[in-house]
Design a protein around this ligand. Sequence first.
Ligand code: GAL
Length: 716
Amino acid sequence: MQAGVIGGYRRWKMLFLLPLAMAIGTGAARAQPPRKPAAPAKRFDLIRWNHGQFIYGADYYPEAWPERQWEQDARRMQAAGINFVRLGEFAWVKMEPAEGRFDFAWLDRALQVLAAHGIRAVLGTPTAAPPAWLYAKYPDIAAVNREGIRYRFGSRRNYSLLNPHFLAATRAIVTAEAEHYKNNPAVLGFQIDNELGNPYCYDHYCRAAFQAWLRRKYHRLDALNRAWGTIFWGHTYTAWTEIPLPWNTLFGVVNPSLALDYDRFFSQTTRRYLDFQARILRRIAPAKAITTNEMGMFDAVDYSRLNTAIDFAAWDNYPMFDQRHSDYFGPALAHDLMRGSKAGRNFMVMEEEAGLPGWTTFWGRQAAPRLYRVWAYQAIAHGADGVCYFRWRTSRYGTEQYWQGILDQDSVLNQRYRVIARMGREVRRLTPLIEGTRVAARIALLVSPASRWAFHIQPLTKNFDYNRQLERYYAAFRRRRANVDVVFPQQDFSRYKVLVAPSLFAASAGLARKLTRFVAAGGVLVLTYRSGVKDAHNVFTRRTLPGRFARLAGIAIHDYDPQTTQKQTILMAGARYPAGVWFDILTPAGARVLATYGQNYYAGKPAATLNRFGRGAVIYVGTEPETDAFYDRLALLAAKQAGIGLGARLPAGVEEASRKKAGEKLLFLLNYTGRPQRVRITAAARNALTGGREGPQIELPAYGVRVLRLAGAGGG
Ligand code: GAL
């Protein structure tokens, strides 16, 4: 199934959990959470927060197990090096069994048992699982799908973000929880909700809120009509209240400008819901930290904007469920994106895969148990200061009976437990070395939320995939051992040497200027097909393509060939590479030709170019080559243009990544394969665990890891 279904997991969540809310009731302005953002801590050190310990944990659901079992659980956790649990994110009905009647006694007892074994907690605010009594009393809190049909109770997160009853209920439970735990030393902080980002919201409240949002953005209706080009098909609005929510139209088409603004609105509304909770928590329990668990490559929400409201980023990593491109560079990129979404700060994994992923109707792949240690090291190598396994024990009930935790339902101490306990011992020894280190990179990927949304609204071709391009360029640099950062348009990327910005479809004038400055100052920018096509309103440019990037890239595009099935070959420096998805036929206007097409009426025409601009250069790749060999070559070329060296290519299935602080660098070598691997390193090293000398040849056992200390700190 697996690749397709697994690859679509997050999208699956989007499609089927997508929900929204139906329309009755009062004006949305009243329903909306306040707009003033909550203020997060300026700097947050996760290890210091956890009393000097690397955060090593499990997601634990004591409410689902007999209380007599808690003591044994806590003892076994402690024996495995676990010092952290996340609790309670789906326990609203246990915390508030009837409206306004709160009961935290059971949670207090669980925290006490855990604390006696040195384990502290982050508590979920339980809003991801509103109780049945709340739905019964206020049926309109239930989300409604884009066709206007309300979901039944029975899943989770199927609430309307803007429903006033839901907001009031949120306020009540979050206030009660914060009041109850504000002084409890076993509680380190709060996780807001669980995997925010859907359901999309299409109800009455939402529509009114969307109209109000547009009014604030455009001020005048004629400005909106102009920006959206509503003259097309006579969609001109004469009152704000005429503006619809997107989708559910005949033929399923929608004005792309309206749809892009809706995506922005939804992302901001999600942020405002998070703010709503964060403000309550900060007011009542200012000493507690705030986070929320996110989903890596998931893109309904712009995490880079959401995360300015929280103290640290946290995310849920399921390599055997979510993976597409590979089960190691896929999660690696997601780690880097999560780090980038909080301006490069260290983060934690709130849910790390601990066993076979499986929902009621679909399964991921089973991993060799030793991989759970490798993935934990991978998270650390990419900037995690905490890893928390999902979940302590597999559920006996409900949708996730097949989703394995560390232990199975029988509680036998199995192989996964032993692997995780080994990791627990190691990570404790490594903590002083890890503490204070950060990932340093000279290469970055630019992720454009507006472009990602615009491609969802108007997908190019059936096989187009924005994230796949990110992964392909990313993997090429990672195969040659370079650390890579992920940056977002509003962030500062001037310090990088190479910036890869695939398919920059919807680019504002401001971003184009920023990129121009980056290149003029000596940066190397890699752009790919379908860049510069739209403006920030998702309106097609009137310039010659690639629009705002034409001068920078030194090319013009007068013709292109979108292909869903037909393949091309491109020729570059004497080698041939298969390519697909899209073929921009390039006309150089100052740029030098790097590659040409091999077939069709445009055989011999340029497919990729290089343009010197200011002190830097722009590489434009007009298609999507399909083999690693192309990307390897391109990465070398870009690095050379930028005057940086890349390392020797790693064997397939092996990753290298590093973190550093003044005077010291920690190098992680990770073997994801079931065979021993050999890797050469260039600097003198010591084994971080044993202190023994290592290198230059390193022998990695099957599913093995080596953490090395390098004297002096090199580049990324
Ligand atoms: C995560 C979610 C968890 C659990 C897990 C396994 O996305 O946060 O609550 O559902 O997936 O499906």
